[in-house]
Design a protein around this ligand. Structure first.
Ligand SMILES: [Fe+2]
Length: 490
């Protein structure tokens, strides 16, 4: 099953018969940008295969989650000189610890894991808000090195460039202040579950850009990741869950029914969790409507949840092959504008599959990545006259990206990486009376971590450049906004 984002990769576009192909200039520009990175990646793979003085390699260090009082750090340990068939070293199961402190020469605190693993995750807790910390992640004395994001001049490990370029740090981050006011409720934002998909990042048969399947004998990865996401969202205190489209790989009834069973593990549909359709969920037999809407009604809605208005958009109300731009349909667009005009000041969260805009993409941006351009402009104009709207959650691009919309600067558009593959998780929105925080979490559990690590090899290993977020703030941010009209969830 072809991934919806990979349909926009230039290499695929050159081979496929999709309607929204990039132009020759876009392909050339993309080729010029990707070629050096491919060469560097090949060199890195070669280095990983060459004999190493240590018996352990510790790589792919990432500062995934950063809140005012905690940080979640992940990395992978492998056996140098081995290859799992995807250019990735075989797992080395060992201990892991993070040493840290408030001065780079005094890393006097230690956080360790419960037991040995190759897929390390250490959570630093009881951090001080607004404090700069320095840290180093180690396994058997070997310091972990960051996930390289040179293609996007990104930083996977800190909020400053401190330590970048060294072999293992220490690296540095500064915790934010918490959102102003008291905590009212938390909402898990997720998308792109792709139930039924069997190969991630399948790209037109090119040998360098081949897809990544699950390891033989393991459970289908969309199920593994979706179940882990639901568990982790509950564990992190989510009161609500919003699933923003591409629930299935191809709109098949069995896959949407399975998604329903998994999401029912979070709570009751229409009360605790809400779902909208993505381009992958379109199907002639209306399976999405059967699974989630009792076969009735439109796929868009507005719900008042104790003062918080949640508006779900169906961004593919049109005919098409799924690779063209998203569309709301005239009825939905006028309904949407009328809702905002009715209550322009009500705290409002909008979610839908296609983003309104795609900025700073490492791959060429085609019409297929966004909502129809004129409709996106109409939505933004409606936001400009509705100061209560504070967040637009989108999927489809399979990446973490925070964008403040210039036409409506009180609205943040948060693109969230796909649930079904690397980094594989969700973004937790914590609503306070005076603002909100957005924090990305990887789904927990060994099976999810294994697949997250394996699927970072999508797009010849370039996937992290796109999907993780080029900066910590693309997946972790705090914004002030008057949300005092929202009732506390109790
Ligand atoms: Fe998708």
């Amino acid at each position: 099953m072809r991934c919806c984002f990979s349909a926009h990769l230039p290499a695929l576009a050159a081979l496929s018969a999709l309607s929204a192909l990039p132009g020759p200039c876009e392909v050339l520009r993309s080729g010029a940008r990707l070629a050096p990175a491919l060469l560097r990646t090949a060199a890195a793979v070669q280095r990983a295969r060459s004999p190493h003085p240590d018996d352990l390699t510790a790589v792919n260090l990432e500062l995934v989650t950063l809140t005012e009082d905690r940080a979640i750090i992940t990395w992978y340990t492998g056996i140098p000189g081995t290859d799992d068939g995807l250019g990735h070293p075989l797992p080395a199961i060992t201990e892991g610890e993070v040493v840290y402190g408030t001065h780079p020469a005094r890393l006097n605190r230690v956080a360790a894991e419960d037991g040995p693993t190759a897929h390390h995750q250490v959570e630093l807790t009881d951090l001080e808000p607004g404090q700069t910390y320095y840290y180093q992640a180690r396994s058997r004395g070997v310091a972990a090195t960051p996930t390289p994001l040179h293609l996007v001049r990104g930083n996977a490990v800190g909020t400053s460039a401190f330590g970048l370029g060294s072999r293992g740090g220490p690296y540095s981050f500064t915790t934010p202040q918490p959102p102003p006011g008291r905590h009212l409720l938390s909402v898990a934002l997720c998308n792109d579950l792709h139930l039924g998909e069997t190969t991630a990042g399948l790209v037109g048969g090119l040998p360098l850009l081949r897809g990544v399947p699950q390891q033989p004998g393991r459970a289908p990865y969309p199920e593994v990741m979706s179940r882990a996401l639901v568990e982790e969202a509950r564990r992190r205190g989510a009161d609500l869950l919003l699933a923003g489209g591409d629930i299935s790989a191809g709109g098949a009834a069995r896959d949407l029914d399975e998604a329903r069973r998994i999401l029912d593990g979070f709570g009751t549909h229409g009360r605790d969790y809400f779902v909208v359709r993505g381009n992958h969920d379109r199907s002639p037999d209306g399976a999405f409507h059967t699974a989630f809407l009792d076969g009735r009604g439109p796929g868009y809605f507005a719900q008042d949840l104790g003062g918080l208005r949640v508006i779900g958009l169906d961004t593919y109300v049109k005919s098409g092959n799924g690779a063209d731009s998203g569309g709301l349909g005239p009825e939905q667009l006028s309904w949407f504008r009328a809702r905002l005009r009715e209550q322009p000041d009500q705290p409002t969260l909008v979610f839908g599959h296609h983003p309104l805009t795609v900025r700073d993409s490492v791959f060429p941006v085609t019409r297929g990545q966004c909502l129809d351009r004129r409709q996106a402009r109409a939505v933004l104009d409606a936001y400009a006259s509705a100061p209560g709207v504070f967040l637009h959650h989108a999927g489809h691009t399979h990446r973490n990206k925070r964008t403040v919309l210039p036409r409506a600067p009180h609205v943040t558009q948060q693109e969230v990486a796909a649930a079904k593959e690397y980094p594989g998780g969700f973004t937790l929105l914590r609503i306070h009376s005076g603002g909100y925080a957005l924090n990305h979490y990887k789904a927990g559990g060994l099976a999810a971590r294994q697949w997250s690590e394996r699927s970072r090899r999508v797009a010849a290993g370039l996937w992290p450049h796109h999907a993780l977020g080029r900066s910590v703030s693309d997946r972790n941010s705090v914004t002030a906004h008057d949300l005092s009209g929202v009732a506390r969830r109790g």
